[in-house]
Design a protein around this ligand. Structure first.
Ligand code: 9UX
Length: 72
């Protein structure tokens, strides 16, 4: 079964920021869909927990220069 999380992200200021994060998360194994919302500074991520984890999601966000602020 897939998990759905809403991740709060810091540091996004433009739509290119959102695209960068969408690309980074989409490239993780086990991530089925990503929708980044610039206005609410969140990303909805659907993933297979056996293939990736919240920790991998956090790392991917930080590697492209943004901040993982937790899940809501
Ligand atoms: Mo969004 Mo641009 O940061 O460097 S403002 S991609």
């Amino acid at each position: 079964p897939e998990k759905v999380v809403n991740v709060r992200i810091g540091g996004m200021t433009c739509s290119a920021c959102a695209k960068t994060i969408e690309r980074a998360l989409s490239n993780l194994p086990g991530v089925k869909s990503v929708s980044v919302n610039l206005a609410t500074e969140t990303a909805k991520v659907v993933f297979v927990p056996e293939e990736t984890s919240l920790e991998e999601i956090r790392k991917a966000i930080e590697e492209v220069g943004y901040r993982f602020l937790g899940i809501s």
